[in-house]
Design a protein around this ligand. Structure first.
Ligand SMILES: Cc1cc2nc3c(=O)[nH]c(=O)nc-3n(C[C@H](O)[C@H](O)[C@H](O)COP(=O)(O)O)c2cc1C
Length: 191
Protein backbone atom coordinates (compact mmCIF):
# COMPACT_ATOMS: atom_id res chain seq x y z
CA UNK A 1 0.00 0.00 0.00
CA UNK A 2 1.24 3.52 -0.77
CA UNK A 3 2.71 5.01 2.41
CA UNK A 4 0.84 8.29 2.08
CA UNK A 5 -2.63 6.89 1.25
CA UNK A 6 -5.62 5.33 2.98
CA UNK A 7 -7.57 2.69 1.11
CA UNK A 8 -11.01 4.15 0.35
CA UNK A 9 -14.14 2.16 -0.39
CA UNK A 10 -14.50 1.28 -4.07
CA UNK A 11 -16.80 3.79 -5.70
CA UNK A 12 -17.35 6.35 -8.43
CA UNK A 13 -14.19 8.34 -7.67
CA UNK A 14 -13.25 9.40 -11.20
CA UNK A 15 -13.14 13.19 -10.93
CA UNK A 16 -13.63 15.74 -12.39
CA UNK A 17 -16.20 14.86 -15.02
CA UNK A 18 -18.40 16.91 -17.31
CA UNK A 19 -21.96 17.63 -16.29
CA UNK A 20 -24.42 17.97 -19.16
CA UNK A 21 -28.12 18.37 -19.81
CA UNK A 22 -29.61 15.76 -22.11
CA UNK A 23 -32.70 16.84 -23.97
CA UNK A 24 -35.07 14.17 -25.24
CA UNK A 25 -38.60 13.63 -26.49
CA UNK A 26 -40.18 15.61 -29.31
CA UNK A 27 -40.05 19.29 -30.18
CA UNK A 28 -43.81 19.28 -30.87
CA UNK A 29 -44.75 16.86 -28.10
CA UNK A 30 -43.55 15.71 -24.72
CA UNK A 31 -39.99 16.89 -24.14
CA UNK A 32 -37.72 16.59 -21.19
CA UNK A 33 -34.27 17.38 -19.80
CA UNK A 34 -32.15 15.15 -17.56
CA UNK A 35 -28.88 16.17 -15.95
CA UNK A 36 -26.14 13.60 -16.43
CA UNK A 37 -22.63 13.42 -15.01
CA UNK A 38 -21.85 9.86 -16.11
CA UNK A 39 -21.11 10.89 -19.69
CA UNK A 40 -18.02 10.38 -21.79
CA UNK A 41 -16.37 10.40 -25.19
CA UNK A 42 -15.69 6.81 -26.21
CA UNK A 43 -14.54 6.90 -29.86
CA UNK A 44 -13.19 9.52 -32.29
CA UNK A 45 -13.95 7.83 -35.60
CA UNK A 46 -16.86 7.33 -35.72
CA UNK A 47 -17.45 10.00 -33.09
CA UNK A 48 -19.23 8.26 -30.21
CA UNK A 49 -20.31 9.05 -26.67
CA UNK A 50 -21.78 7.18 -23.74
CA UNK A 51 -24.27 8.25 -21.11
CA UNK A 52 -25.33 6.14 -18.13
CA UNK A 53 -28.90 6.51 -16.94
CA UNK A 54 -30.85 4.72 -14.21
CA UNK A 55 -33.91 2.78 -15.36
CA UNK A 56 -36.02 4.71 -12.83
CA UNK A 57 -35.50 8.06 -14.61
CA UNK A 58 -38.41 9.36 -16.66
CA UNK A 59 -35.93 10.16 -19.44
CA UNK A 60 -34.69 6.55 -19.58
CA UNK A 61 -37.96 5.40 -21.12
CA UNK A 62 -38.11 8.32 -23.57
CA UNK A 63 -34.54 7.74 -24.80
CA UNK A 64 -34.95 3.97 -24.97
CA UNK A 65 -38.04 4.38 -27.11
CA UNK A 66 -36.79 7.07 -29.53
CA UNK A 67 -33.16 5.89 -29.63
CA UNK A 68 -32.05 9.51 -29.65
CA UNK A 69 -30.90 12.26 -27.29
CA UNK A 70 -29.08 15.57 -27.44
CA UNK A 71 -26.15 16.45 -25.17
CA UNK A 72 -26.32 20.14 -24.26
CA UNK A 73 -23.07 21.45 -22.77
CA UNK A 74 -23.34 23.53 -19.61
CA UNK A 75 -22.07 27.11 -19.31
CA UNK A 76 -21.74 28.86 -15.95
CA UNK A 77 -25.05 30.65 -16.50
CA UNK A 78 -26.81 27.29 -16.89
CA UNK A 79 -25.66 25.77 -13.59
CA UNK A 80 -28.88 26.53 -11.74
CA UNK A 81 -31.00 24.96 -14.49
CA UNK A 82 -28.61 22.00 -14.61
CA UNK A 83 -28.93 21.29 -10.91
CA UNK A 84 -32.70 21.75 -10.92
CA UNK A 85 -33.16 19.46 -13.92
CA UNK A 86 -31.15 16.90 -11.93
CA UNK A 87 -33.43 16.91 -8.90
CA UNK A 88 -36.88 17.26 -10.50
CA UNK A 89 -38.58 14.71 -12.72
CA UNK A 90 -40.24 15.38 -16.03
CA UNK A 91 -43.04 13.17 -14.70
CA UNK A 92 -44.06 16.11 -12.52
CA UNK A 93 -42.80 19.30 -14.19
CA UNK A 94 -42.04 20.88 -17.56
CA UNK A 95 -38.35 21.58 -17.16
CA UNK A 96 -38.08 23.78 -20.28
CA UNK A 97 -40.73 26.23 -19.14
CA UNK A 98 -39.88 26.14 -15.42
CA UNK A 99 -36.22 26.98 -16.13
CA UNK A 100 -36.99 29.41 -19.00
CA UNK A 101 -35.07 27.29 -21.46
CA UNK A 102 -35.89 27.50 -25.15
CA UNK A 103 -36.53 24.30 -27.09
CA UNK A 104 -35.46 24.47 -30.73
CA UNK A 105 -35.65 21.67 -33.27
CA UNK A 106 -32.49 19.59 -33.69
CA UNK A 107 -30.76 19.49 -37.10
CA UNK A 108 -31.10 15.75 -37.66
CA UNK A 109 -34.29 14.75 -35.83
CA UNK A 110 -37.49 16.07 -34.27
CA UNK A 111 -35.83 16.25 -30.85
CA UNK A 112 -35.54 19.50 -28.89
CA UNK A 113 -32.16 21.11 -28.31
CA UNK A 114 -31.59 23.71 -25.59
CA UNK A 115 -30.99 27.01 -27.37
CA UNK A 116 -29.22 28.60 -24.37
CA UNK A 117 -26.54 25.87 -24.32
CA UNK A 118 -23.41 26.83 -26.31
CA UNK A 119 -22.97 23.41 -27.93
CA UNK A 120 -25.57 20.79 -28.81
CA UNK A 121 -24.45 17.28 -29.72
CA UNK A 122 -27.15 15.24 -31.44
CA UNK A 123 -26.85 11.49 -30.89
CA UNK A 124 -28.37 8.19 -32.00
CA UNK A 125 -28.19 5.22 -29.66
CA UNK A 126 -26.36 2.19 -31.05
CA UNK A 127 -26.31 -0.09 -27.99
CA UNK A 128 -27.68 -0.23 -24.46
CA UNK A 129 -25.57 -2.05 -21.88
CA UNK A 130 -27.28 -3.06 -18.64
CA UNK A 131 -24.44 -2.55 -16.16
CA UNK A 132 -26.23 -2.65 -12.80
CA UNK A 133 -27.58 0.54 -11.23
CA UNK A 134 -27.27 2.29 -14.60
CA UNK A 135 -27.89 1.40 -18.24
CA UNK A 136 -25.14 2.71 -20.48
CA UNK A 137 -26.32 4.13 -23.79
CA UNK A 138 -23.62 4.04 -26.44
CA UNK A 139 -24.39 6.51 -29.20
CA UNK A 140 -22.97 7.93 -32.39
CA UNK A 141 -22.79 11.67 -32.93
CA UNK A 142 -25.00 12.82 -35.82
CA UNK A 143 -24.49 16.56 -35.65
CA UNK A 144 -22.79 19.25 -33.55
CA UNK A 145 -24.09 22.82 -33.34
CA UNK A 146 -21.80 25.54 -31.98
CA UNK A 147 -22.87 29.02 -30.82
CA UNK A 148 -21.80 31.59 -33.37
CA UNK A 149 -20.13 33.78 -30.75
CA UNK A 150 -17.56 31.00 -30.11
CA UNK A 151 -16.43 31.01 -33.74
CA UNK A 152 -13.93 33.56 -35.04
CA UNK A 153 -15.32 35.28 -38.13
CA UNK A 154 -12.02 35.43 -40.03
CA UNK A 155 -10.50 32.03 -39.33
CA UNK A 156 -13.54 29.92 -38.46
CA UNK A 157 -11.64 28.67 -35.39
CA UNK A 158 -13.63 27.86 -32.26
CA UNK A 159 -12.63 29.40 -28.91
CA UNK A 160 -14.27 27.04 -26.42
CA UNK A 161 -12.93 29.03 -23.46
CA UNK A 162 -15.51 31.66 -24.27
CA UNK A 163 -18.28 29.14 -23.48
CA UNK A 164 -17.26 29.13 -19.77
CA UNK A 165 -18.01 25.43 -19.42
CA UNK A 166 -18.61 23.80 -16.05
CA UNK A 167 -17.00 20.73 -14.46
CA UNK A 168 -18.43 18.47 -11.75
CA UNK A 169 -16.22 17.06 -9.02
CA UNK A 170 -17.25 15.08 -5.95
CA UNK A 171 -20.77 16.50 -5.87
CA UNK A 172 -19.87 20.12 -6.63
CA UNK A 173 -19.98 22.34 -9.72
CA UNK A 174 -16.88 24.28 -10.73
CA UNK A 175 -15.91 26.80 -13.37
CA UNK A 176 -12.69 25.89 -15.17
CA UNK A 177 -9.50 27.40 -13.75
CA UNK A 178 -6.47 28.79 -15.46
CA UNK A 179 -4.86 27.12 -18.47
CA UNK A 180 -1.89 24.94 -17.48
CA UNK A 181 -0.70 23.75 -20.87
CA UNK A 182 -2.08 22.27 -24.06
CA UNK A 183 -2.06 18.90 -25.81
CA UNK A 184 1.58 17.93 -26.45
CA UNK A 185 3.10 21.14 -25.09
CA UNK A 186 5.79 19.16 -23.26
CA UNK A 187 7.34 17.94 -26.51
CA UNK A 188 6.58 20.84 -28.82
CA UNK A 189 9.77 22.34 -30.28
CA UNK A 190 10.28 25.99 -29.45
CA UNK A 191 10.59 28.16 -32.54
C1 LIG B 1 -25.11 16.79 -10.98
C2 LIG B 1 -26.06 15.66 -11.29
C3 LIG B 1 -25.62 14.58 -12.05
C4 LIG B 1 -26.48 13.53 -12.36
N1 LIG B 1 -26.03 12.49 -13.12
C5 LIG B 1 -26.87 11.47 -13.43
C6 LIG B 1 -26.42 10.40 -14.28
O1 LIG B 1 -25.30 10.40 -14.79
N2 LIG B 1 -27.31 9.40 -14.55
C7 LIG B 1 -28.58 9.38 -14.02
O2 LIG B 1 -29.33 8.42 -14.27
N3 LIG B 1 -29.02 10.38 -13.22
C8 LIG B 1 -28.21 11.43 -12.93
N4 LIG B 1 -28.65 12.46 -12.14
C9 LIG B 1 -30.01 12.42 -11.60
C10 LIG B 1 -31.10 12.83 -12.62
O3 LIG B 1 -30.72 13.98 -13.34
C11 LIG B 1 -32.40 13.08 -11.85
O4 LIG B 1 -32.83 11.89 -11.23
C12 LIG B 1 -33.50 13.69 -12.67
O5 LIG B 1 -34.48 14.18 -11.79
C13 LIG B 1 -34.12 12.71 -13.64
O6 LIG B 1 -35.06 13.40 -14.39
P1 LIG B 1 -36.24 12.66 -15.17
O7 LIG B 1 -36.98 11.80 -14.18
O8 LIG B 1 -37.07 13.80 -15.69
O9 LIG B 1 -35.61 11.87 -16.25
C14 LIG B 1 -27.81 13.53 -11.85
C15 LIG B 1 -28.25 14.63 -11.09
C16 LIG B 1 -27.39 15.68 -10.82
C17 LIG B 1 -27.88 16.86 -10.01
Amino acid sequence: MASNKKVWKPGTMLNPVPVVMLSCGKIDGQKNIITVAWAGTICSDPPMVSVSIRKSRFSHEIIKESGKFVINLVSENLVKATDWCGVKSGKDVNKFSEMNLTAEKAETSDLPIIKESPINIECTVTQVLELGSHDMFLAKVDSVSVAEDLIAEKTGAMDLKKAKLVAYSHGEYFSLGKKLGYYGYTVRKKK
